[in-house]
Design a protein around this ligand. Structure first.
Ligand code: ISE
Length: 341
């Protein structure tokens, strides 16, 4: 008699755009899991997503996390709630996928790392979903094959169509550039030693001091350099490029397989409008591999340590923006739990 494998019951904290997409993917695209509970500060959003997935409605996120019907937690709530919710998951020994950023400052990120290290097993993954994007994985495989020779440079381009009118001054760093920093670390397998950050306000509709154009120059631990350009008022669409150049060649994420439209003496290709569209495949693969890891399979996603390091680098970028000078990146000792990374 083959015993049916019970689907993993996932609780979702945060039912805004990202949380709703994760719920949709879990319910309709991912096998071996179900959305068992939903919480959002907005009761209407909670009810809507719970109804779509046949999930229980929770009026309190900590009750969802503690509920014995919940096997694992997915956090897609506002950034400033992430640290406390992740710590609550660790207290209840619930594996958790937390959307980036892990926290809003390195100190809170360090608290999570130390709590997980004390628990003695990895339970936290951070939603740096580009690690599951087939185009980024192809670049990673090209580097690993040795065909490029020794890597020398990471180049990241990150374009959003439009920034929110009330854009917080440093969100371009903590909410956008952290993806590119993680890609540089992950593709090169090197650490960031120094950053030099330059920022500008381009869109006049943004508040004084807001930054919608960011340029980062990174010095990496293995003698590599990295340049990252983040422009979140690009207007024309949403695009992400990651390239590794080596001593003998280079590999770059190809433009996703979009049709070239030929008409009226013009040649054009559609461009994605935003990240949910561009990275839909990556989000599904990320969920599938996360859930498989909960059943014992290896996992290549970002750990709490990666989430913490991204916060330390982001803080150094902000310091460089303030000083107008390069800023060294100092990372505290890595606990043994993350030593094989
Ligand atoms: C957004 O929050 C995301 O995480 C997207 O992946 C990123 O491209 C965008 O810049 C962020 O605002």
């Amino acid at each position: 008699m083959i015993e049916a494998i019970q689907p993993l019951a996932v609780g979702i904290v945060g039912a805004g755009g990202m949380g709703r997409r994760h719920a949709h993917n879990l319910h309709h695209k991912v096998k071996g899991a179900m959305v068992a509970g939903v919480y959002d500060l907005d009761a209407g959003r909670t009810a809507q997503v719970a109804a779509e997935c046949g999930a229980a409605v929770f009026a309190n996120p900590y009750e969802l996390i503690a509920d014995e019907r919940i096997d694992a937690v997915l956090i897609a709530s506002p950034d400033d709630t992430h640290a406390d919710f992740v710590l609550a998951c660790l207290q209840h020994h619930k594996p958790v996928l937390c959307e980036k950023p892990l926290a809003t400052n390195p100190a809170d990120g360090r608290r999570i790392v130390e709590a997980e290290a004390a628990a003695g097993r990895k339970m936290v993954t951070v939603g740096f979903m580009r690690r599951f994007d087939p185009y980024h994985v192809a670049v990673k495989e090209a580097v690993a094959s040795g065909s490029l020779g020794q890597p020398v440079l990471f180049r990241g381009i990150h374009r959003n169509a439009q920034a929110a009118p009330d854009l917080p001054r440093h969100l371009i760093v903590t909410g956008s550039a952290v993806h590119d920093v993680d890609s540089a670390r992950w593709l090169l397998q090197q650490e960031v030693e120094e950053v030099f950050a330059h920022g500008r306000r381009i869109d006049p509709a943004l508040a004084d001091g807001a930054i919608d154009l960011l340029l980062l120059q990174l010095s990496m631990s293995g003698n590599c350099l990295a340049t990252i350009e983040v422009y979140i008022s690009a207007r024309y669409g949403y695009e992400v490029v990651a390239e590794i150049a080596g001593e003998r060649g280079a590999a770059v994420t190809a433009a996703p397989n979009l049709a070239i439209l030929l008409r009226q003496r013009r040649r054009a290709a559609a461009i994605h409008g935003e990240w949910l569209e561009r990275f839909q495949d990556a989000y599904v693969i990320e969920l599938e591999q996360w859930l498989q890891s909960l059943r014992g399979r290896p996992f290549t996603g970002a750990s709490a340590w990666d989430g913490y390091v991204a916060l330390v680098v982001a803080e150094a970028c902000i310091a460089s923006l303030h000083s107008g000078q390069p800023q060294s990146v100092r990372i505290a000792a890595r606990p043994g739990l993350y030593s094989e990374q």
